[in-house]
Design a protein around this ligand. Sequence first.
Ligand SMILES: Cc1ncc(COP(=O)(O)O)c(C=O)c1O
Length: 400
Amino acid sequence: MTFLSATLDRVKPSPTVALTGKVAALKAEGKDIIGLGAGEPDFDTPQNIKDAAVVAIALGKTKYTAVDGIAELKQAIVDKFKRDNDLEYTTAQVTVASGGKQILYNALMATLNEGDEVVIPAPYWVSYPDMVLLAGGTPVIAEASLQTGFKLTADQLEAAITDKTKWLIFNSPSNPTGAGYTREELKEITDVLMRHPQVHVMSDDMYEHLVYDGFEFCTPAQVEPCLYDRTLTVNGVSKAYSMTGWRIGYAAGPEELIKAMRKVQSQSTSNPCSISQYAALEALNGTQEFIEPNNELFKRRRDLVVDMLNAAEGIACPVPDGAFYVYPSIAGCIGKTSAGGAKIVDDAAFSNALLEETGVAVVFGAAFGLSPNFRVSYATSDEALKEACTRIQTFCAGLK
Ligand SMILES: Cc1ncc(COP(=O)(O)O)c(C=O)c1O
């Protein structure tokens, strides 16, 4: 009998977390490292949200709460879905967990049986396939391409669906590409789903508010109301409100599913942090006025990074609609040798050599299921971005 669960053999540790560890170790050795791997805004949590948490502590809101969220927060979430997405839910259709990550995990744990398939468009957020495996399901990767702006086409989705498909995990704007589906593009996806009544949609809308150039965000249940009963609409406060450490995510969907997710949570973590729930309440009900200036800053940084990367030899970097990532292709670098003598056989080799030879840390594309690419997070200062992109340009110029 082995001590560790066999389930873990199917799962790999998060490559983005591994990179963070490597960067910290190199920095501790005194190396001059610029980390472009962060999956969080570099802004502080807004003061009104922090103040709400302090008040919650002073008022003694420090005990267990209802398993999947306090009533006031659930009402604020109902109001948010109505206000931002024109979606009508009751509080019984809403659940709150310790981050969007736990919401996704609860939903998969609550629904997957062995043999159930989950369609995941690639490039994908690193956790989706492994979460599906942990929950006993089978991830089915549907590859999108650079040519379609990393967005899945109707035909690609159709080809990935079988009679065993239980979920499609949909993420727009996307981590890692920043690609956002327009209403028309999303309608093509939902039209496919209308032909397959066994398929449910988990829409990961974490980056809803981080969109640029007038991009209009939309979510599947809004674009195709007939999918309302088959959709779990997932969101959270981590990204738009710079609250990654507070750990609050939420979702709305069919009551039966929400109840099942509550059951999973009740026997694992119980309620998300009570103080964070009051902070999230202020995030959703309080002023939203910092989002626009934050987005202006993000857009400026996006443009800076896209321009500088496109000026690097062998790199092609599309302009994303949202989030704070770019996902350039390094097809033009493959097969070459770096100035330090590294053979660039794939994107992992590229990222390793880049880190070793220039001190710039990026996440290689294979981690997100589509190569040869790498992900840059531009949630860092203009100075760091300029210096990092200059080093990338020099590195690429040195490839022979
Ligand atoms: C696409 C996507 N979904 C979900 C999450 C999880 O967010 P949270 O911090 O709320 O768990 C992330 C975080 O990086 C993400 O990028």
